[in-house]
Design a protein around this ligand. Structure first.
Ligand code: FES
Length: 145
C-alpha cells in the first residue's frame, strides 16, 4: 500500500524539529483527521537556508512533511511557492488516494510559513494573497486532485 520512500521518510524523517528565531512559522491542520503540521523557515535573501517541521499526524503526513522539507531546502522562495502537494506525493512515489490530503498539509504548511515570513518582513510574495489558512476545512483542495 505504501511505497518504500513513504516508509523511509516515515521511519527516518528528515529535518524534524524547530528552528530558533525562525524567519517564518506556519501551522496548518486538517479538521477531519485532526492532524497538525508546523513548518519553520530560515530565509537568507530569497533562499530557504533551513527548514524544519513538527507534525502531529499520520505516517503519510510525516513522510510528506519530511519530503517537502527536502524539496525546498536551499531553494528560492519562488521555487518553494511552486511546490504542489502532487509533486510531494510524486517524490514519495505516490500516496494512496485517501492519503493525498496529507500531502496537501505539507504544501499548505510551507505556504503558511512563507505568509508569516512575508508579514513579519514586509515582503510581497506573489501567490500568497488569495490563500486563507483560517479555513479549517482544506478538503476542497483534495477533491480537485
Ligand atoms: Fe490526515 Fe494524514 S490522515 S494528514
Amino acid at each position: 500500500m505504501y511505497s518504500e520512500k513513504v516508509m523511509d521518510h516515515f521511519t527516518h524523517p528528515r529535518n524534524v524539529g524547530e528552528i530558533e528565531n525562525p524567519d517564518g512559522v506556519g501551522e496548518v491542520g486538517n479538521a477531519k483527521c485532526g492532524d497538525i503540521m508546523r513548518m519553520y523557515l530560515k530565509i537568507e535573501g530569497d533562499v530557504i537556508e533551513d527548514v524544519k517541521f513538527k507534525t502531529f499526524g499520520c505516517g503519510s503526513a510525516i513522510a510528506s512533511s519530511s519530503m517537502a522539507t527536502e524539496l525546498i531546502k536551499g531553494k528560492t522562495i519562488e521555487e518553494a511557492m511552486a511546490l504542489t502537494n502532487k509533486a510531494v506525493a510524486e517524490a514519495l512515489d505516490g500516496l494512496p488516494p485517501v492519503k493525498m490530503h496529507c500531502s496537501v498539509l505539507a504544501e499548505q504548511a510551507i505556504k503558511s510559513a512563507l505568509l508569516d515570513y512575508s508579514k513579519k518582513h514586509n515582503v510581497v510574495i506573489p501567490g500568497l494573497e488569495d490563500l486563507n489558512f483560517d479555513d479549517e476545512d482544506h478538503h476542497d483542495l483534495i477533491e480537485n486532485d
